[in-house]
Design a protein around this ligand. Structure first.
Ligand SMILES: C[S@@+](CC[C@H](N)C(=O)[O-])C[C@H]1O[C@@H](n2cnc3c(N)ncnc32)[C@H](O)[C@@H]1O
Length: 210
């Protein structure tokens, strides 16, 4: 961790104990434990949820449920979160993690490919969405999510700076980087939405549907 990150984390809200445990478990027991949103982004997602006050939130890419629990923590009493995860081997761990938190009961988990599951939801039914799944399909997730987002609703997209690779020369077989570059370019020209890229962690794009 860099000195600036250390400084930031020691001068903001601490990471809740239950999330610290979930993060640690993912890092110790799963190959790609670093995929959790983590302390800084997690607290940001919670605060953004409190600011937007959504009734329904959609998340694509649950992993171990870290970010889902951050959104859930920021939700008001009658609000809820739907989260979609393609890897069924994670299901037991996700459900267990939700059971550890007092906010887990605000979350409904769907196991499957978000591109198959999203069409089952009613149109324009989410006030806030978080796209954080397979990088090769970013534009498809975005189109599918935009249809399900209310006018004036928000979509957050994670990893849009992709370790800075989006600004470098890219190999023709690096599909993830090419896909994120294409996503960023198309989004920049998309008049249906307003957008801001925050250089938070690995790049977080905030999008508002007009
Ligand atoms: C970066 S991780 C999510 C991290 C989590 N949102 C967090 O911040 O704690 C990405 C997850 O997306 C899942 N995923 C990939 N493609 C997907 C798809 N088409 N539909 C649903 N989930 C998908 C992966 O299995 C992985 O668990």
């Amino acid at each position: 961790m860099s000195k600036i990150e250390e400084y930031i984390l020691s001068h903001m809200d601490p990471e809740p104990e239950v999330l610290r445990k979930i993060d640690r478990d993912a890092h110790v027991n799963l190959l790609q434990g670093i995929m959790t949103s983590g302390h800084l982004q997690g607290r940001f997602l919670k605060m953004l949820t409190q600011m937007i006050r959504p009734k329904r939130v959609l998340e694509i890419g649950t992993f171990v449920g870290y970010s889902a629990l951050c959104f859930a923590e920021g939700l008001e009493e009658d609000a809820e979160l739907y989260t979609v995860e393609i890897n069924d081997e994670l299901e037991d761990r996700i459900r267990h993690n939700f059971s550890l938190s007092e906010y887990g009961n605000k979350i409904t988990l769907y196991i499957g490919d978000a591109l198959d599951i999203l069409p089952q939801f009613a149109d324009e039914s989410f006030d806030l969405a978080f796209i954080d799944a397979g990088k090769e399909s970013y534009w498809d997730y975005f189109e599918a999510t935009l249809h399900k987002t209310v006018k004036g609703g928000y979509i957050l997209v994670d990893n849009t700076l992709w370790y800075g690779k989006v600004m470098e020369e890219v190999k023709s077989n690096d599909r993830a980087t090419l896909s994120i570059m294409e996503f960023n370019s198309k989004l920049a020209d998309d008049d249906r939405v307003e957008k801001v890229i925050l250089p938070l962690r690995d790049g977080l794009t905030l999008i508002r549907k007009k």
